[in-house]
Ligand binder design. Structure first.
Ligand code: DON
Length: 308
């Protein structure tokens, strides 16, 4: 984006103002605590590679990461184990199915990719540590390094998902039965529920996205969080799988690696330029945020960001 700071600030304010009137979709309700979200809450944020931060609306309001955690935990697993070992447990093909589908490879039981629930649970199961607490601390420390500040867990959302997450436990047991889950199913799903309940703001998410776009170096803190190769691997999977069964349409119209979450968070990365994030709880039928999708599409068109 060759645009100067004032142009970016004005573009975010304008997009925020106009899309605030877009009142479609519904906040997720299958995790009861998420149904309490403020449907009019709407924040936009953008961080450039020189660490300049822009925002509009409710960019400082916290919400839980949910699936937006998946690319970052995938990055941590890749950094620990490398692509070949991680690839033994989780694939890199779009599933063309919903985020909670049983998309397991025939024969191996390996989930299609790390962006759907099954693949994310398999990825979380790879994070090393002597105890569950140590493993979660590794995840939280990693997510915090991406954000550039210490994040925390929303205990109410964690408890709500733990009380209702039987489908994810079932996915974990299916994978364990097929030999494609590296640890106990209940341990893996509890870690996964905790990572999904980590709380951040749109402003944090934009820094996290920018870190991936900056080859793994946080552009605000200067800390190297993961290697450049890992950042490229994560962006590749986000580009093909980050928006679930709407990933093809997203790449066609927006043209940026992205990841959505059911709490209404959405990140998109313009490699070597910026990380962008949106928060707005109402979701479309694929489970992607309605305003976030429209906002990123506008930003991409306005600044000619499509990668192709
Ligand atoms: O596992 C779940 O269902 C949630 N914790 C996360 C799902 C999610 O965010 C899907 N994204 N659109």
């Amino acid at each position: 984006m060759a645009a100067g700071p004032d142009v970016v600030t004005e573009a975010l304010a304008d997009i925020h103002r106009r899309l605030g009137a877009l009142d479609e979709g519904e906040p997720a309700a299958y995790i009861p605590e998420l149904a309490r979200a403020r449907r009019e809450g709407f924040g936009l944020a953008l961080v450039s590679m020189d660490g300049h931060r822009y925002q509009a609306g409710d960019a400082a309001e916290p919400f839980t990461l949910q699936s937006v955690s998946k690319p970052f935990v995938y990055a941590l697993a890749l950094a620990e184990l490398g692509l070949d070992e991680v690839g033994r447990w989780v694939g890199a093909e779009p599933s063309g199915e919903a985020f909670n589908a049983i998309s397991l490879e025939q024969g191996t039981g390996r989930p299609s990719n790390a962006m759907i629930n099954a693949g994310a649970i398999a990825t979380t199961a790879l994070v090393p540590g002597a105890t569950p607490a140590e493993r979660f601390e590794r995840i939280l420390a990693g997510l915090s390094a991406f954000a550039g500040r210490r994040l925390d867990v929303d205990a109410a959302v964690h408890a709500s998902e733990a009380a209702t997450g039987d489908r994810n436990r079932a996915l974990a047991y299916l994978m364990r039965g097929a030999g494609s889950l590296a640890c106990d199913p209940l341990a893996a799903t509890d870690l996964y529920f905790r990572q999904c309940a980590v709380r951040a703001t749109a402003a944090d998410l934009a820094v996290m996205a920018a870190t991936l776009g900056n080859g793994g170096v946080n552009p605000v803190t200067g800390e190297r969080v993961v290697g450049e190769r890992v950042a490229v691997q994560v962006l590749s999977v986000m580009a093909t799988c980050g928006m679930y069964d709407a990933s093809g349409e997203w790449l066609l119209r927006v043209g940026l690696p992205a990841k959505s979450g059911v709490s209404g968070g959405l990140i998109a990365v313009s490699p070597a330029r910026f990380g962008a994030a949106c928060w707005s709880p109402p979701l479309d039928r694929s489970g992607n945020p309605v305003r976030g999708t429209a906002a990123l599409r506008e930003l991409s068109e306005r600044f000619g960001l499509h990668l192709m």
